[in-house]
Design a protein. Structure first.
Lengths: 277, 226, 393, 277, 393
């Protein structure tokens, strides 16, 4: 038995799980409920025209734009959202509860309303918009606007997922690290973040998934200009809603989006923050 | 149509229902005016486009599916011109024959979908039904005409009122012609925006749409001439 | 209370944990001194250490650690104070392997990776854990985790080291090794240390002085051996493995009662003769007391005989008692008798010969050379600060 | 000092938090980023017509429908999603990773595509739809369809949030409970669920928020019949999309939705599963 | 290996935990018996208990617990087997208060709420924790948590109770109370119990028999007092608090070497005379050995004198040794000397008088009446099952 095997063995040896086997029934139901519609979608794919649809220049540029903007949005969300999550997790009880609700609010807005709100905030008729404009940083209808819209809708997911796991990890290990001489930054980097790794991965995944699937706010705030702001969801929408376009290509594009995200998620799942030191 | 990047070319925003027709129009326009670069057309709901233009979206030419929406950006646009019309038809799933005329829609055993009265196709439908004194208990008041077409195509609804152009564009539905609907037309206005980067190019495009070749192309996609 | 040169910890710690418990302890630890802290379960030992480490807030008092003051409001950073607490739970970082756990303190102080790993391996070797460096903490046994946590604390060379039962859950053999290591290390680095322990042997082997905390208050303090030899409370006597009988001084000897009959215990120890009628305690080891069957086998019979004898002058250092409980022990048995309550150790050979059972009458004797008589000093050598009496049970 | 105070004291005594204070800067940025657009939205409210807008019968019925359907959807999600989350948390490593990705997939779909997928599955042209139809359970255009659409989009959030906290809680306490004689069901009820309470509350909140804000899938799958399937987001969209109609009423409705959800969330936050026995 | 009537646990447990550690132990515990398990840290004691409780899977062997068999593949439900493990960590349910923790086992068996609360309170009272029922586990001290966990385990009246160091992190006084309670309870309910402990006193006081596990293998087993009195390994001797010197039998006495000079230790114990030239060990208590300054104060001088003396007949039970380490102890000091390695306890009074330091030559003596000579039996009374040798260190 090699050492590698052995380590794996002791780590993988399944802790005996004691949940009632009956709950597998609702669990399978839930899974079916999520998967069957996807299967129905795939069943409608017109395989003959699939390649033409997904290789179309607009489709490719939308996909590239989607992946790029979602990745940037996720990175920004991580940079500002993880700190917010930590701050909430460590805030006094009542303040934390209030902040958690505040963070949840944007989730509730139908994304289109979110887009309107963003337009109201950064658009040409608001003080912020005018100020940004004069600084040459006008946001709406640019690729940056896509990212902003995605951040706005995706950030709450990251914050809530990370907050939960930071809170669960508690402060015992952090205080131990400080007592051993670690600075606050070192403690953050070497203890807090690695211990919250599961939550951070979950948060990043949720955030990325939500960002890449974002449609409503983007449509309003960034517009639907192919190559500039037309992300996959907008391309799908256009293909689906526009008259004279084949709906088959909407399904093809949806499939392309799904497969792309599947690949990205599987790659992310293999990654753990804090592993690399 | 090489102008993929922002800033280059004539920026056209058009209602989603114009997509097939305008893609073809733009191609023809570029042949006719090789000196004018056209950016990819932005298609979306007229209301969305209007909101964006009001908030300063970089658009030179706006073509909408109804006049009231165009009126919302009257401050930001030149005088609009009507370039096409669209009329309602009864749509039913392919291969079904319960519905032969407009009156059959009143059958309470049928699931009929209409557009919401707030949106142009719904307003038109309401006008038509009121004119005939028909009361329909719609199963759903859809946000846009594509949703109506999709529901009929998927046999979820038994019939719906859609534009003639949608029947051409959607697989799985056929039109039941009823002459009483031909009068109910929806007018499509087009206008250059006040902030158009190149007013001349915008005018050139609008003129092209209104020209004979332009009108022929629109007719091919099911639009009527104003 | 002002710190003087050479004082590492000085002041008073007050922590109210709940309505029923408040810790209120004065401390004064010299640089490089090792202070043992003993006390019953729930007495507040861990609370004291946590307060010094800054893990719980003071609710009163003021304590100087080195040149920094900690009060209810002001809360110095333990890192800058160089205070390291090894708590009752090992709290090894679960995501780091054992080597990185031990090397953590060095790494964060900027020691290069290779060197900190080498030092960590050295520490693991000293702890008898060489070759375990690649394991995750959860792959270690309880005692192994304990040792890794101790290594991690020692490796940082703290200025003030707070050890909360570092040798618990270790077997005698391993504990002895680690105790030796700890002794050398602390002496060599002159680390000021507070050591919570339940083992008088550990305290005696490692510490210079000792404080005893009971129910949040100091009940005895002083030189370790002195405290253990002259226990001021039942708890300390138990911890030191001694019997402690309360009575009154009379003619230089201890007098008390057993079932209403007078008992007299003399001591051959020198020293000042206790004043008559003052309360004193007699202290001796369970192994030094002797036990014999009473002539009568029934309790009533034995009691009557004893009462008749007592009419005359009772034999000093010998009295009638009743067996309460027999507890087997490694080399024999421990017999608990009443009255007064005390324990007597008897070797295996004698256990069968004696043939006693709970309820039997026995004669207990203790030779004067094994007895120490201690005047009861109340409240004793403990600086009194019991202003708030409502918090005691 | 009364006993209550004292318990509260010892529970609230803040564990010294050791995170670097500097991370409060990105945290505040994140918070502003989420809140400013909402403020911009509120700034556009036309207070004069506000009352008329939100007291309109259609608005009220849409609100009632939204809250009801979202509550039902959340309940269903809890009933099937918590079991799925537990099953994933206790599944072997690799299977769990795959299931987690599978559950995440529906998040990625632009909701409108989700609606199309649901239509494909339950619509009149699919076997499932035909079968349901013949059983008299046709879904489309019913309030049930709204709930189905909401479940489809909201379930992944609940599953992912709960799964994280069930996994973090580990199996030690469960095994202790079993050893003490608890049946698997008792262990689930008395140990597993209460220990995962934080995650369950977070999941329920995310799920409810997503369900009540759901627009795209509902619009396509359930339609937009006032009183039957017209939820708040659809009402808002209709108000927004209507030509010539004042957008002010869309903003007013959005505000109404926000306030309602705020109240619901604050109530839920006060609740902990497992507290009542 | 088949279970016979009256056997509660019977079979062989094999658990491979890592490349370097495998547990392989045969067990045979009677109904109502209390079996002590001792062994060095990391020897596999907890692994054994976890395997019996079903917390880790067997990788080999087969064990019958009551009428149910557990093998590598078949994995009976510990609940149905009535097996309760109190592990090294208390694992109190953090979301329940202390009373509900203790009452948990009763509640899930259908005891009405009021009654289970009353019983829980009764248990808390017996554990010296009355009034603590409303607290959350995290509001308790380490020792208090330990006691609550013990109460929780006992309250369920299990058929097989597995206690992993239940009295650790308790002070002597509390431990004594709890030991008494445990003794009564286990005797009264006739609960089959495996008790892991590091304390020979606990083992002797509570258990009937004992197994010693070292590095995953049983090195000694038998009656507790027997094992402690006749330690087969250095570890057992240390645990029993005894010196254990390896040597050879000669003329019915122990012979060995000290710095090349012959040493002879006689015993006055009866019993069979060990055959000449067979390996034997001499066993005695550190307190029974005596130590005196050598006549010469330097090591070389003393060694020369000793060598000269050795030319004649060396005095039996006395030899020259060298002080390795002095360890203060509660009632005096423990002196560790070489060669052979052993410990000598000296009372406080003698410490100063003796005035020795590490490196000093001393004369060590032990009277024959304190010595027990034990033939070395290898592999001893331990059923051998060391087929797989690759796994030992
Ligand atoms: N989860 C695990 N994975 C791999 N190895 C383990 C694991 N748990 C324990 N071990 C190893 O198994 C051996 C026995 O551990 P165990 O916990 O049984 O020891 P123990 O006798 O209880 O010791 P202690 O007295 O220190 O508690 C140790 O060497 C330990 O490192
Ligand atoms: N977080 C807390 N909240 C409220 N009370 C607490 C808390 N922690 C400890 N206590 C109480 O404070 C008292 C002292 O606890 P502490 O942990 O200091 O005891 P200890 O002397 O270390 O005991 P042990 O030897 O058992 O570890 C106990 O009565 C305990 O119940
Ligand atoms: Mg403690
Ligand atoms: Mg163990």
């Amino acid at each position: 038995m090699t050492k590698g095997e052995n380590m794996a063995m002791s780590r993988d040896a399944p802790a005996r799980s004691v949940f009632p086997r009956l709950i597998l029934i609702p669990a399978v139901l839930a899974l079916l409920f999520l998967l069957l519609p996807l299967a129905a979608l795939v069943a409608r794919v017109e395989w003959t025209s699939l390649w033409a649809d997904i290789a179309a220049p607009d489709a490719v540029s939308a996909l590239v734009l989607s992946v790029t903007t979602a990745a940037i949005a996720t990175a920004v969300c991580a940079v500002v959202g993880i700190p917010l999550a930590i701050a909430i997790a460590r805030a006094p009880r009542v303040l934390a509860a209030v902040l958690r609700v505040v963070v949840t609010i944007p989730l509730v807005l139908p994304p289109m309303v979110g887009g309107v709100a963003l337009l109201f905030l950064y658009g040409g008729s608001s003080p912020v918009g005018i100020w940004l404009d004069s600084a040459g940083l006008a946001l709406p209808f640019t690729t940056a606007a896509v990212v902003v819209a995605q951040i706005f809708v995706a950030l709450p997911f990251l914050v809530i997922a990370v907050e939960g796991s930071v809170r669960t990890a508690g402060t015992d290990y952090e205080r131990t690290a400080v007592a051993l001489g670690a600075s606050r930054w070192t403690t953050l980097r070497r203890i807090t973040l690695p211990l919250a790794a599961d939550g951070i991965v979950a948060g990043v995944i949720l955030c990325f998934a939500r960002a890449i699937g974002e449609f409503g706010a983007t449509a309003l705030f960034a517009g639907n200009a192919p190559g500039v702001t037309q992300t996959m969801p907008l391309a799908i929408y256009t293909a689906f809603n526009g008259s004279g376009v084949d709906q088959g290509s909407a399904v093809a594009l949806a499939l392309l989006l799904l497969v792309t995200v599947l690949v990205v998620l599987l790659v992310v799942r293999g990654w753990r923050p804090g592993r690399i030191r | 149509a090489q102008a993929g990047a922002a800033g280059g070319g004539l920026r056209i925003a058009a209602a989603a229902s114009l997509q097939g027709a305008f893609d073809e129009l733009v191609a023809e326009f570029e042949v006719a005016h090789p000196d004018i670069l056209v950016a990819p057309v932005v298609y979306d709901g007229s209301s969305t486009l209007a909101t964006q233009i009001a908030e300063g979206a970089p658009v030179d030419v706006a073509a909408f599916a109804d006049e009231p929406t165009m009126a919302r950006i009257s401050d930001d646009a030149e005088e609009p011109r009507i370039f096409a019309t669209n009329s309602l038809v009864v749509a039913v799933p392919e291969g079904r024959s319960e519905v032969a005329s407009l009156d059959d829609l009143a059958d309470p055993g049928l699931d009929v979908v209409l557009c919401a009265p707030e949106v142009p196709c719904g307003a038109a439908a309401q006008t038509a039904l009121e004119a005939e004194g028909l009361r329909i208990d719609a199963a759903s008041l859809e946000q846009n005409v594509s949703a109506v077409a999709t529901k009929v195509a998927e046999s979820i609804a038994d019939a719906g009122l859609v534009y003639r152009t949608d029947v051409l564009a959607t697989e799985g539905i056929v039109a039941v012609e009823d002459p009483r609907l031909d009068d109910i037309v929806n007018s499509y206005p087009i206008a250059a925006t006040a902030g158009a980067a190149s007013a001349d190019d915008a005018e050139a495009f609008i003129d092209f749409v209104l020209s004979d070749p332009g009108q022929q192309t629109l007719a091919k996609w099911g639009f009527g001439t104003p | 209370m002002s710190g003087h040169a050479g004082t590492a910890v000085d002041g008073r710690v007050v922590v109210r944990r709940s309505r029923r418990f408040e810790l209120d302890v004065e401390l004064d630890v010299e640089h490089g001194e090792i202070l043992a802290v003993m006390g019953p379960s729930g007495a507040g030992k861990s609370t004291l250490l946590q307060a010094l480490a800054g893990e719980v807030r003071l609710t009163g008092g003021e304590i100087a650690i080195g040149d920094q003051g900690v009060t209810r409001r002001h809360h110095a950073d333990p890192r800058r104070r160089g205070v390291v607490l090894l708590g009752q739970k090992p709290l090894l970082f679960p995501h780091l392997d054992v080597r990185d756990n031990v090397g953590f303190g060095l790494r964060v102080r900027g020691t290069p990776r290779a060197r900190s790993r080498a030092e960590a391996d050295e520490w693991l070797w000293r702890m008898g854990l060489s070759g375990m460096g690649d394991h995750r903490p959860r792959e270690l046994s309880g005692g192994q985790q304990q040792r890794v946590a101790l290594a991690r604390a020692l490796a940082t060379s703290p200025r003030l080291l707070l050890l909360d039962e570092p040798l618990t859950s270790l077997d005698v053999d391993t504990a002895s090794d680690i105790r030796g290591l700890l002794h050398e290390q602390l002496a060599f680095t002159l680390t000021t240390t507070l050591l919570v322990t339940h083992d008088a042997f550990d305290a005696a082997a490692l510490a210079h002085r000792m404080v005893v905390i009971e129910d949040g208050r100091v009940t005895q303090r002083g030189d370790v051996r002195e405290v253990l030899a002259r226990p001021a409370t039942r708890f300390v006597a138990m911890s030191a493995g001694l019997n402690r009988l309360s009575g009154t001084a009379h003619d230089g000897a201890w007098t008390g009662e057993s079932f209403g009959l007078p008992v007299r215990i003399a001591s051959s120890e020198g020293g000042p003769r206790p004043a008559d009628h003052t309360p004193i305690v007699a202290v001796f080891r369970p192994a030094d007391a002797r036990i014999a069957r009473a002539e009568e086998t029934t309790w009533t019979g034995a009691f009557h005989t004893a009462r008749d004898e007592a009419e005359g002058e009772p034999a000093p250092g010998e009295w009638l008692a009743r067996v309460a409980r027999l507890e087997p022990a490694p080399g024999g048995a421990r017999v608990h008798v009443t009255e007064p309550d005390l324990a007597v150790d008897i070797p295996s050979a004698q256990v069968a010969a004696l043939g006693i059972a709970p309820g039997d009458p026995v004669r207990v004797s203790i030779a004067p050379e094994h007895v120490r008589l201690i005047p009861v000093v109340e409240p004793g050598p403990v600086p009194s600060s019991r202003a708030d009496d409502s918090s005691s049970r």
